[in-house]
Design a protein around this ligand. Sequence first.
Ligand SMILES: [Zn+2]
Length: 157
Amino acid sequence: MNSGCAPSEALLLVSPAMLIMKIHHIQLSASYDIYASHILKNPKWNAQKNKKVFGHCARLHGHQYRAIVTVAGKINSESGMLINGYDLDALVKKHILEYLDHHHLNEADPFFKTHLPTAEWIAVFIFKKLKNKLPKNCKLTKVRVYETPNLYVDYPN
Ligand SMILES: [Zn+2]
């Protein structure tokens, strides 16, 4: 009877495969321009307070926003990718850009009836809309929204 198949031999057989199958976690970010208008006015405040807090943003105006979505997960062993960029673009187009790009944000979605369309709330909106739409191996980890080239917010921070 061969009792020589000791656990150490079995381990030797498994180890090389495990080295090849090493799981690589990675992060990918993609950037999207969003052209949209908004007015920042808190309906609970009078015109004077809105002007004091929001300045020019209390008037109708537009921005070239930039949204950067970041996903993380395991590299697919067959494709070598975390997510196909075309697939991510299609998801963002369908679930985000269709709602925000070339829209008046105050009226773009019911979310903005209860949340002023600031860069902060736009980032939260994008995160909530997109987080459950990604493939299983991908997790949405961050949404960054630039309101101007010099000002951006991150959600979560
Ligand atoms: Zn503004």
